[in-house]
Design a protein around this ligand. Structure first.
Ligand code: SAH
Ligand code: SF4
Length: 393
């Protein structure tokens, strides 16, 4: 066996198991390189290690296997070594609620006892999983429930891809051993990074998780089936194009800096002009399609005809579609949803200018699963109502 460098947690950012079962290495979420090093440490000849990674990825991500003994194309010795050193762990489901419309909301527990929410939305032609990237959020968008919860921590890549695996467990959607999901209609066919947290403030972990999602030996979803939503972390947008290459959505929500400063305070750091400059480059750099401009409809705040015309002017030159989101109210929220007539009038102006502007149907409202309502009930670090209202002014 060739000598190899010792593995340190810092270098590889390997999440270790805390608590009861010692410090086994969780293989879920590891990059191919990190897993390769672990296999070499466990006695795999260097020349074989790459192939073994591919085999183990298939067991874990295509066939949903959680024990090494079942991995029959690995030697008995390697299986024993892996059992000794590693495990395959996904977040634990604490509760599951199913909405009248079929939307499923899961509360899952991650290391340290923290909880995040994951939502599955079945539609006729697709099934979308809304994944969280952080526990809470450092940003404080005044209309967002998650924004009232302080950031607790970034999720690891394993915890992000683990949400997808948890959902596939619940949907019973693992391929038969030896088979693949390729070409089959999938219950979980799309992923949106629109749960709790700002994905671009947890770039590396989100990237590593999405690489596993897109890998032909991983979860096997094409890059155009993944949409990352950002509030506008301008310096990371180019990296997203280059290193992930998924579709991009941006929480735009306002057509002048003064309003956007209030709604999406990161605008004070990178204003509308800086954001649009970065977005203009994205489709070329990622070789992808239109950018989705998310626009939450707030009564009397950002929903006038003038806003719609200003939006059209701002979008000039950017391949874009606009997704109008009727505001989802939450207990104590400082805004109201625009009326249906107002939303349709707004959409009409955009459509007349040639922009597809679907109005997002709120899903799972009865179980508080709709966009922007996610927040784990058990997290105590909460802002006061007065603080939320002060930030909204
Ligand atoms: N942090 C990222 C992704 C998570 S939020 C971002 O801000 O883009 C996903 C989407 O839901 C964003 O467009 C966000 O602005 C929107 N949203 C947040 N709270 C909402 C609410 N109460 N009603 C409707 N949309 C909301
Ligand atoms: Fe964070 Fe996004 Fe909510 Fe803003 S909208 S507080 S960035 S989760």
């Amino acid at each position: 066996m060739a000598p190899s460098a010792p593995i340190t947690q810092d270098v590889l950012t390997i999440p270790r198991k805390d608590g009861e079962s010692g410090d086994k290495i969780n293989l879920v979420g590891l990059t191919r390189d990190a897993m390769r090093q672990i296999l070499i440490e466990a006695g795999t000849p260097e020349k074989q290690a790459k192939m073994r990674v591919g085999q183990i990825w298939q067991w874990i991500y295509q066939w949903g296997v959680r024990d090494f003994d079942s991995m029959t194309n690995l030697s008995k010795a390697l299986r024993a070594e892996l059992t000794e050193r590693c495990d395959i762990r996904v977040p634990e489901v604490v509760s599951k609620q199913v909405s009248e419309d079929g939307t499923r909301k899961y509360l899952v527990r991650i290391n340290g006892g923290h909880e995040v929410e994951v939502v599955y939305i079945p539609e006729e032609d697709r099934g979308t999983l809304c994944v969280s990237s952080q526990v809470g959020c450092t940003l404080t968008c005044s209309f967002c429930h998650t924004g009232t919860q302080k950031l607790v921590r970034n999720l690891t890549a394993g915890e992000i891809v683990g949400q997808v695996m948890m959902a596939r467990d619940d949907l019973g959607e693992w391929a038969e051993r030896g088979a693949t999901n390729e070409g089959k209609a999938r219950l979980l066919s799309n992923i949106v990074l629109m749960g709790m947290g700002e994905p671009l403030y947890n770039f590396e972990n989100v990237r590593d998780a999405m690489k596993i999602v897109m890998d032909p030996e991983g979860i096997q979803l094409g890059r155009r089936r993944i949409t990352l939503s950002t509030s506008g972390v301008v310096p990371e947008i180019h990296r997203t194009a280059k290193e992930i290459g998924c579709l991009l959505a941006v929480s735009f929500h306002a057509t002048d800096d003064e309003t956007r400063n209030k709604l999406v305070p990161i605008n004070k750091r990178w204003n509308i002009e800086a954001l649009l400059d970065a977005l203009r480059e994205y489709p070329k750099a990622s070789n992808s399609e239109r950018i989705t401009f998310e626009y939450v409809m707030l009564k009397g705040v950002n929903d006038s005809d003038e806003d719609a015309h200003r939006l059209v002017a701002l979008l000039k030159g950017i391949p874009a579609k606009v997704n109008l989101i009727p505001f989802n109210e939450w207990p104590g929220s400082p805004y109201e949803r625009s009326s249906n007539n107002r939303i349709h009038a707004f959409a009409k102006i955009l459509m007349a200018a040639g922009y597809a502007s679907p109005i997002r149907t709120p899903r799972g409202e009865d179980i508080m699963a709709a966009c922007g309502q996610l927040k784990s009930a058990t997290e105590r670090a909460r802002k006061s109502r007065a603080q939320i209202e002060a930030e909204a002014k």
